[in-house]
Design a binder for this molecule. Structure first.
Ligand code: C5P
Length: 404
């Protein structure tokens, strides 16, 4: 395995397992990965700065308030000079401090300041790992996109048995390699809308459309497969929940907008939902009765909020990349480019939904991708394949490998 040219900032926190990071560093160096170590006060009880320095062949950072550290490399710069921050072993204490957003030593300060993905390898006594406080800290951290490797189950130094052992160095190395792989979305949060919305007329009747949610759900699954944390806001669909995504089920356009804004911040948003353009004005609270001889009720429509346009204009909370869809039956490219400009999104995935094509509700899609750079035609393919191609393009755009 080669990690040539990649750089890891390794935070070594306290714990009997800290000795294992020496082997991890050896494996990283063998893979030609650059390693800079930060040793917490707890970690220094178990390994010495000198052994870390010898193995990393780099200076070791130990104290936030050391003037030499700050003049050579400030903690902000240190936190961003690496491609990945790894905390191993991650003690209950450092996980709690990370979850709380504390910055009371060099390690937590740079973990708060970093804009890079973070991987933690927890190691602690089994009861500490299972304590509600640690459970809550882990839930907070994973919801923020922090990746986790381990802990493993086994006998512990404290003579207890259970989950809490630091993962073995090869397993931590494999997790690091996966996070540094090209095209990854690890550490990114992507918001996806999918499916139709239902706009109630009364408690039993509603206005809907033919969207199946297949393309949006496939996009959510493809993004998750690349390591993204995905929030999928879905209208009513008859599809299984994709694995590894956080699902928010909604019914109306107003609920979809509320769920989307609540899910921000996000690095990217993909609005694949077929949101109803209009809702019913003054939807009845009770079933409208069919009275013999009387005229059918008149239904007045009111415009729904435009979720894509709202996210595109979300100011500082705007995702870096906003992708919309254009389903058209005629003059596809002109209408799609017009939509890209009008809605303020970066890309438009345009498809022809004339009945003859069978795209709406079908399993295949043929699209044009419109960006500020121009238009590409993607030939007809299963919706899963279109989703994977789009997810890879989103990963490249977020990595700065191509313009949004
Ligand atoms: O205006 P039109 O419905 O054709 O635009 C389609 C694009 O806008 C899709 O990406 C769709 O998800 C999004 N949209 C939205 N909210 C609306 C209407 C459309 O997010 N109310």
């Amino acid at each position: 395995m080669s990690l040539a040219g990649r750089r890891v900032l390794l935070v070594v926190a306290g714990g009997i397992a800290a000795f294992k990071v020496l082997e991890l560093i050896r494996l990283l160096r063998r893979a030609e990965c650059g390693v800079t170590a930060v040793l917490t006060a707890g970690g220094a009880q178990f390994v010495t700065p000198l052994s870390l320095q010898a193995l990393t062949e780099n200076r070791v950072y130990t104290d936030l308030f050391s003037l030499t550290d700050e003049s050579e490399m400030g903690h902000i710069q240190l936190s961003r000079a690496a491609d990945l921050v790894v905390v191993a072993p991650a003690s209950a204490d450092i996980l709690a401090r990370m979850a709380a957003g504390m910055a009371d030593d060099l390690a937590t300060t740079l973990l708060l300041a970093t804009d890079k993905p973070v991987l933690v390898a927890p190691a602690m006594n089994v009861r500490m790992w299972q304590h509600p406080a640690t459970r809550a800290a882990m839930a907070t951290l994973t919801a923020r996109g922090v990746a986790v490797v381990g802990p493993e189950e086994g006998a512990m130094a404290c003579n207890e048995y259970g989950p809490g052992r630091l993962s073995e160095p090869p397993a931590i190395l494999a997790a690091i390699a996966a996070m540094l792989a090209p095209g990854t979305l690890v550490g990114r949060h992507v918001l996806v809308t999918s499916g139709p919305t239902h706009e109630p007329i009364d408690p039993v009747r509603y206005i809907a459309n033919r969207s199946s949610g297949r393309q949006g759900h496939a996009i959510a699954a493809a993004l998750a497969a690349l390591g993204a944390r995905v929030t999928l806001v879905s209208g009513p669909v008859a599809l299984p929940d994709p694995a590894g995504v956080t699902l928010r089920h909604v019914e109306t356009a107003a609920e979809m907008l509320a769920a989307c804004t609540a899910a921000l911040p996000a690095d990217a948003a993909v609005c694949a939902a077929a949101v109803a353009d209009w809702g019913v004005e003054g939807a009845a609270g009770r079933k409208i009765k069919k009275t013999p001889g009387s005229a059918p009720p008149a239904i007045a429509l009111v415009p729904n909020p435009d979720i894509l346009a709202t996210l595109s204009a979300a100011g500082p909370r705007r995702p870096c990349l906003v992708v919309g869809f254009a389903a058209e039956t005629d003059d596809l490219l002109r209408h799609a480019e017009d939509k890209r400009r009008r809605k303020g999104c970066d890309w438009i995935v345009a498809n022809d939904v004339s009945a003859a094509g069978g795209v709406m509700g079908g399993t295949e899609n043929e699209i044009h991708l419109l960006t500020a750079q121009g238009t590409e035609h993607w030939p007809r393919a299963p919706k899963d394949a279109v989703a994977q191609k789009l997810a890879a393009r989103i990963a490249a755009a977020l990595a700065g490998e191509e313009p949004a």
